[in-house]
Design a protein around this ligand. Structure first.
Ligand code: BTN
Length: 241
């Protein structure tokens, strides 16, 4: 596979799965599909992927162990945000990795590790004008935001360009990227509801992010805890955001 060049498929189950199946895929391998039949989101959820969206995965073989790259997902969110901004659309980030516009989800990111390779999966709602009932209230698309048809291959090129910049910055420019993340992150400065497996929901105030992009939350008793993305799902105490 050529690196940093998009290999297009008309259909696959999931572009993340597709890259994982290609065990010899090099650093910088990128696959996109016009639709996915088994698109996956975080926490075992499915990601509805009909024609009209951008479903793209990139493979990185970073020079650092996964536990030194806890900030990767946040940096991906910044890269995707920058790519979408080339269309004049300024998105907000919902910790850790959803991009929202006007409170509605425009893009989801799923980073998975396959040994020491990171598979970065990005799904952007591009030309959809309707959504399945379950997500209709909280999803939007670039078509709905801009009022015009989006050229998906052009957006894919912009996305790959930004992912490539992110790759170059991954170990050296983390602080600047996380500052950009924080500047657009809606979660910080709000009361959030932490949903953890086998624990009752807990409300706390999000005060900021640490250098691993963990969410710093202050509880009612004043203690501050760093919550890693894998540990808890976060909702606004009064709704989706
Ligand atoms: C989420 O919203 O929880 C994350 C969604 C990630 C979707 C993308 S689409 C490309 C790649 N392939 C998948 O199956 N998932 C990711």
């Amino acid at each position: 596979m050529e690196i940093w060049n998009v290999t297009w498929l008309s259909e696959t189950d999931s572009t993340n799965n597709e890259l994982k199946r290609r065990a010899d895929a090099p650093h910088g391998a990128v696959i996109a599909a016009r639709r996915q039949t088994g698109g996956r989101g975080r926490r075992g959820r499915s990601f509805v992927s009909p024609e009209g969206g951008l479903y793209l995965s990139a493979l990185l073989r970073p020079n650092a162990a996964p536990d030194e790259l806890l900030h990767l997902t946040a940096m991906v969110a910044v890269a995707v945000r920058r790519a979408i901004a080339t269309l004049g659309v300024q998105t907000d980030i919902k910790w850790v990795n959803d991009l929202l516009y006007d409170g509605k989800k425009l893009c989801g990111i799923l980073v998975e590790w396959s040994g020491t390779a990171a598979v970065i999966g990005i799904g952007i709602n591009c030309n959809a004008t309707t959504f399945p009932d379950e997500i209709a209230e909280k999803a939007t698309s670039l078509r709905l935001i801009t009022g015009h048809e989006i050229d998906i291959p052009t957006l894919a090129e912009a996305l790959v360009r930004e992912l490539r910049r992110m790759d170059a910055a991954l170990l050296t420019e983390r602080a600047a990227w996380l500052a950009e993340y924080a500047a657009h992150c809606l979660t910080v400065g709000r009361t959030v509801r932490l949903l953890r497996v086998n624990k009752p929901p807990e409300d706390a105030f999000a005060v900021g992010l640490d250098e691993h992009a963990a969410l710093l939350v202050r509880r009612a008793d004043g203690t501050v805890e760093a919550v890693q993305s894998g540990e808890a799902s976060v909702r606004g105490a009064d709704g989706y955001i």
